[in-house]
Design a protein around this ligand. Structure first.
Ligand code: 5RP
Length: 272
């Protein structure tokens, strides 16, 4: 691996711990203004807690402060909306654009076992060919369709394919037996959070994934749809970077809920 790729990877993965807390806020690229991402007023205060922001160019250009300290991983695939065939994605953002936006990585989805499987995997190959010319790490996301299982065999298959094609990082979903998935994948894996679940469950999943060898998270809804997004991102950070247990992390989240509810002297709710 050359200097450029290593240097960019060291912006995504903390050199102190080798792990990452990526905050995923790209959902609008197919879901529109989804819950928690209607506007970004609740997201902006979270950004300093993230090692990396996973985001589209539209949000980056229009909403994110260019002085941000968080690394940027740019979602570069898209096409269909939630109303269409999700696997029908193509590459929609160029490498030149990613470099102009000073991205530390680019990410796209592959749909293993779904319609358009072959095209999304060859799109990944094309993206990696292009990215390697410029020293840009590629994050491959193993999207899981409604009809697909989430067991270690299937997830392991999808992750291994992504790595074989040349992805530098793989993002996938946690499943029981996750050590097997990690064992079969020669590049770092980060987990997505998936649908919003109770905070304790999301923290437990994070702890189990990290124990099984995940190098962090690229988490969205379980952070920004929480009643305390700030409490939740700090709790996830404690697990990923400090080895906290889910119980310890839950205490951090609870503090966030309490302080978010404390009225500030001006009568407004104080930010955590
Ligand atoms: C959408 C994505 C999201 O970034 C990913 O699903 C992570 O977000 P969440 O934790 O909400 O699942 O890739 O296709």
């Amino acid at each position: 691996m050359d200097f450029g790729i290593k240097n960019r990877l060291s912006r995504i993965f903390s050199p102190r711990t080798g792990r990452t807390v990526m905050l995923a806020v790209d959902h609008g690229y197919f879901q529109g203004p989804t819950t928690g991402l209607r506007d970004f007023s609740n997201i902006i205060p979270l950004i300093p807690q993230a090692d990396c922001l996973f985001v589209t160019r539209g949000i980056l250009r229009n909403i994110i402060d260019p002085r941000t300290g968080a690394a940027i991983c740019l979602r570069v695939s898209g096409g269909p909306s939630i109303l269409g065939e999700l696997s029908n994605e193509d590459l929609i953002t160029s490498m030149e654009e990613a470099i102009r936006l000073n991205a530390s990585g680019v990410g796209m989805s592959i749909f293993v076992g779904a319609k358009n499987e072959d095209r999304t995997i060859s799109n990944l190959g094309r993206l990696i060919n292009e990215a390697n010319r410029y020293g840009m790490p590629v994050l491959a996301i193993t999207a899981v369709g409604k009809d697909m299982g989430k067991d270690a065999r299937y997830i392991g298959l999808a992750c291994r394919i992504a790595a074989e094609i040349g992805a530098h990082i793989v993002k996938t979903y946690y499943c029981p037996g996750f050590e097997k998935v990690v064992e079969g994948c020669p590049v770092p894996i980060v987990i997505a959070g998936g649908k919003k679940m109770p905070e304790m469950e999301a923290l437990r999943m994070t702890e189990e994934a990290v124990r099984a060898g995940a190098m962090g998270v690229d988490m969205g809804r379980n952070i920004f749809q929480s009643d305390s997004p700030m409490g939740m991102i700090k709790a996830v950070r404690a697990i990923v970077h400090k080895g906290a247990t889910a119980e310890e992390a839950f205490g951090i989240y609870r503090k966030g809920v309490k302080s978010a509810a404390v009225p500030a002297p001006d009568g407004n709710m104080e930010k955590v």
